[in-house]
Write a protein that binds this ligand. Structure first.
Ligand code: FMN
Length: 183
């Protein structure tokens, strides 16, 4: 799959086959995902793959603020990625006297996580694995459920798996004229 086709064809997938994704395939996807760029190449994104049914049920119960769409997606999920990042690193270049203590405080770490997120989703799509990013989450509850290290914070959940049913039609997009300007 070429890159442009992959970017255009990726869709949020919310229905999956009742099958845990092969770990070898997940390793292949991670071997691509790890090439995501990051602030100063600090590579702060961390990937916790949850296959355990009890943990996924806890994520559905406590991790998504009772948001009905996310609860429903998680109820049928066999695989969930907790995407987290190591705190307090991105946004700093101490050797150059640059620290993340201005209006962009802590922005670059979530920026890094966002790039890692999309890189994972595109790599997964290229390998036949569907994904949906979840931003309606209770990050503190999720940290406890999967026992994240103290120095990490949750960026998003990504439910992933073998897609079930038809590939969803593209949702609408603004025209380029609406979102881009040349000066
Ligand atoms: C930061 C972010 C947070 C999102 N949160 C949710 C969510 O909580 N639940 C959900 O079902 N979809 C969520 N989505 C998926 C979007 O709804 C979806 O990407 C958008 O509607 C465009 O559709 P597409 O991904 O199929 O192109 C999220 C996407 C992003 C990038």
């Amino acid at each position: 799959m070429d890159m442009i086709t992959g970017i255009k064809e990726r869709r949020s997938i919310r229905k999956f086959k009742d099958e845990v994704v092969d770990r070898e395939l997940m390793n292949e996807i991670m071997e691509v995902t790890k090439f995501a760029p990051s602030w100063a190449n600090f590579q702060i994104a961390r990937y916790t793959f949850v296959e355990n049914k009890d943990l996924i049920a806890k994520l559905a119960h406590d991790g998504v603020k009772d948001f009905v769409y996310n609860v429903d997606t998680l109820k049928n999920a066999t695989n969930v990625l907790v995407l987290s990042y190591v705190k307090g690193k991105s946004g700093r270049l101490d050797d150059y006297g640059i620290h993340n203590d201005d209006s962009k405080a802590n922005v670059w770490e979530i920026f890094d996580a966002g790039i890692a997120c999309q890189t994972f989703c595109l790599a997964a799509h290229a390998k036949g694995i569907g994904t949906v990013v979840m931003g309606v989450i209770n990050d503190e509850a999720i940290s406890k459920i999967v026992d994240l290290p103290e120095n990490e914070s949750v960026a998003a959940l990504i439910v992933y798996g073998y897609p079930e049913g038809e590939h969803p039609a593209p949702s609408s997009r603004k025209s380029v004229a609406e979102i881009a300007r040349f000066k």
